[in-house]
Design a protein around this ligand. Structure first.
Ligand code: GLU
Length: 475
C-alpha cells in the first residue's frame, strides 16, 4: 500500500519494435489515466535494448500515437540505450556486494544441463554451479569463456504480491533460477533494465500486459536485492481479436496509424480502449475528463477483453455526429484533399462552404473518410449529361420534366434556406399530385449524376440556388 504522501508515478514502457496496435496503446492509457486521476506523473520509457528490432520510426509512431490520443507525458521519453552506464554500474555494485556473480558455464554445458533435465522430466533451470556460497569451492575459471552475470535469487521462500488486477499471487523461489542480468558482452538483460528504471524513475504503479506476469517475481527479487521499494503491479489481461486470438499484427490487427488514416476520431479510440478492460457501471460513452475522474484500478477487468470493430465504428460515428462542425471540417480536410477537393487557407477553394457540407454529412458518416467521400459530390464539376442517352431518359422521365421546370422557377423565389426549398418542393408535389421520390430522384440525377445523396433540400441549400438553377435548367 502506498502511503498518502507518495506521489503516484506510472509509466508506459514500449519496445519500439515496429508495430503498435490498439491493445498496446491500452497499456499506455490505463497508467496514464491512473496518473491523471491521482494527480501524479506519467512517464514514457523506450525499451530499445533489442537494437536489431528497435527503430526510430517505431518510436515516432509511439509518440505520435500518444499525442494523437492526447495521452500527455510528464517525463521522457527516456531511452534505455542511453542508460547503459547506469545498468552496468548497478551490475558492478551487485557483484561487489555479493548479490550477483560471474557464471562461466559455456553454451554447450548449459545445453547439456538442459537436455539432461528435460530427459529427467525436470523443469530446465540453471543449477547454480557458479553461485558462490559460504564454504563452497567454485570451479576453476576456464580459459576463453566470457562469463555472464547472474542474479543470486533467493533459494527458498515465496515472492508474493497483491496484483491490482489479478489479486494475490505467490510464486515459490524454487521455481526461479539465477537470472542472467548481463550477457557475455556485458550488456544488461531486459528484466534487469526494467527494475533499475522502475526504481530510478520512482515508479509507484506498474500497469502492464499480463504477458509480463512471469517476469514480475524475478523483478521483485532484484528490487529487494537493490533495497528498493516494490511498486504496485497490475497486470492487464490480453486483448483478443474478433476470432478470439491474441491481438497481433500477424492476426490482422491494425496499427494506430492505420486507424488515424482510416478516419477514426481519437476520442472514439480513447473511449473504446478505456472500456476494453475497464468499466464504470454501465457507462459506454464518456469523455476523456469523465474517464480520468472515474478511473480506478479496482474496476479493471480480470478476463481477456475482446476487440470489436463494430463497437469502435459505433463510437466513431457517435463522436463524429457530436463534433462541432467547423472542428470536424478541419479534421476532415486532409482526407478531403486526398479525395481531390482543393483548399485555400483552410476553405474550399471553390464551391460551397466546406463546414456546411461537413455539417450535413456528419449525421450519417462512420469515419472522416466517409465525410470526405460524401463531400466530393459538392465539389465536382456539374455533370455533363447527354440528354439523348438512354440512361438520362431513364433517370429523368419525359413526364416529370414540366414539374422540374416549375420547381426550378419557384426556386428563384425562395430565400435559399433548406426550409424554403423544402416548402417549394412540397408545393410542386401537391400541385402535380406526385410523391417526393418522383421529383427528388431526377433532381439528384440532374445535379449530381447519381440518385444516392443525402437530403436533397439541404444539398440544394448548401450548393446555392444559382448553381442549382443552372444544373436543373438543362431540361
Ligand atoms: N517493453 C515491454 C513491452 O513492450 C514492457 C515492459 C513493462 O511494461 O514492464 O512489452
Amino acid at each position: 500500500m502506498e502511503n498518502s504522501s507518495t506521489r503516484i508515478r506510472t509509466r508506459f514502457a514500449p519496445s519500439p519494435t515496429g508495430f503498435i496496435h490498439l491493445g498496446n496503446l491500452r497499456s499506455a492509457l490505463y497508467p496514464w489515466a491512473f496518473a491523471r486521476a491521482k494527480g501524479g506523473d506519467f512517464i514514457l520509457r523506450i525499451e530499445d535494448t533489442d537494437q536489431d528490432r528497435s527503430s526510430q520510426e517505431a518510436v515516432d509512431v509511439i509518440i505520435e500515437g500518444l499525442q494523437w490520443l492526447g495521452l500527455d507525458i510528464d517525463e521522457g521519453p527516456f531511452y534505455q540505450m542511453q542508460r547503459l552506464d547506469r545498468y552496468q554500474a548497478t551490475i558492478k555494485q551487485m557483484i561487489d556486494s555479493g548479490k550477483a556473480y560471474y557464471c562461466y558455464m559455456s553454451e554447450e554445458e548449459l545445453n547439456t544441463l538442459r537436455d539432461t533435465q528435460i530427459a529427467n522430466k525436470e523443469k530446465p533451470r540453471y543449477n547454480g554451479t557458479w553461485r558462490p556460497e559460504p564454504g563452497k569451492q567454485l570451479p576453476a575459471i576456464p580459459d576463453g569463456v566470457k562469463p555472464v552475470v547472474r542474479f543470486k535469487n533467493p533459494l527458498d521462500g515465496h515472492v508474493v504480491w497483491s496484483d491490482a488486477v489479478k489479486g494475490m499471487i505467490s510464486i515459490s523461489n524454487e521455481e526461479l533460477d539465477d537470472l542472467v542480468i548481463a550477457r557475455p558482452d556485458g550488456t544488461p538483460t531486459y528484466n534487469f533494465c526494467v527494475v533499475v528504471d522502475d526504481l530510478d524513475m520512482n515508479i509507484t504503479h506498474v500497469i502492464r500486459g499480463d504477458d509480463h506476469i512471469n517476469n514480475t517475481p524475478r523483478q521483485i527479487n532484484i528490487i529487494h536485492a537493490l533495497g528498493g521499494k516494490v511498486p504496485v503491479y497490475g497486470h492487464l489481461p490480453t486483448v483478443l481479436n474478433e476470432q478470439g486470438e491474441k491481438m497481433s499484427k500477424r492476426h490482422g490487427a491494425m496499427s494506430v496509424r492505420d486507424y488515424q488514416e482510416a478516419g477514426y476520431m481519437p476520442e472514439a479510440i480513447l473511449n473504446y480502449l478505456a472500456r476494453l478492460g475497464w468499466s464504470h457501471g454501465d457507462a459506454e460513452i464518456f469523455s476523456k475528463e469523465q474517464f480520468i475522474q472515474w478511473f480506478d484500478l479496482e474496476s479493471l477487468g480480470k478476463s481477456p477483453a475482446q476487440f470489436s470493430p463494430e463497437k469502435l465504428i459505433f463510437l466513431n460515428h457517435h463522436y463524429i455526429q457530436q463534433a462541432d462542425s467547423s472542428d470536424l471540417a478541419q479534421r476532415t480536410l486532409p482526407f478531403a484533399q486526398k479525395e481531390g477537393i482543393v483548399f485555400k487557407d483552410g476553405q474550399a477553394a471553390m464551391g460551397p462552404d466546406f463546414v456546411k457540407v461537413v455539417d450535413l454529412l456528419k449525421a450519417r458518416a462512420n469515419t472522416l473518410i466517409e465525410i470526405a467521400q460524401g463531400a466530393k459530390l459538392f465539389y465536382m464539376q456539374a455533370p455533363q449529361h447527354d440528354l439523348e442517352s438512354a440512361e438520362f431518359k431513364e433517370n429523368v422521365l419525359e413526364t416529370i420534366i414540366p414539374a422540374i421546370k416549375e420547381f426550378t422557377e419557384s426556386l428563384k423565389n425562395t430565400d435559399g434556406t433548406k426550409e424554403s426549398i423544402a416548402a417549394a418542393m412540397k408545393e410542386i408535389l401537391t400541385k402535380n399530385k406526385i410523391k417526393m421520390p418522383t421529383l427528388a430522384m431526377p433532381i439528384r440525377y440532374l445535379m449530381f449524376a447519381t440518385t444516392q445523396t443525402p437530403a436533397i433540400d439541404a444539398m440544394m441549400s448548401i450548393m446555392g440556388i444559382e448553381e442549382v438553377v443552372k444544373r436543373l435548367s438543362i431540361v
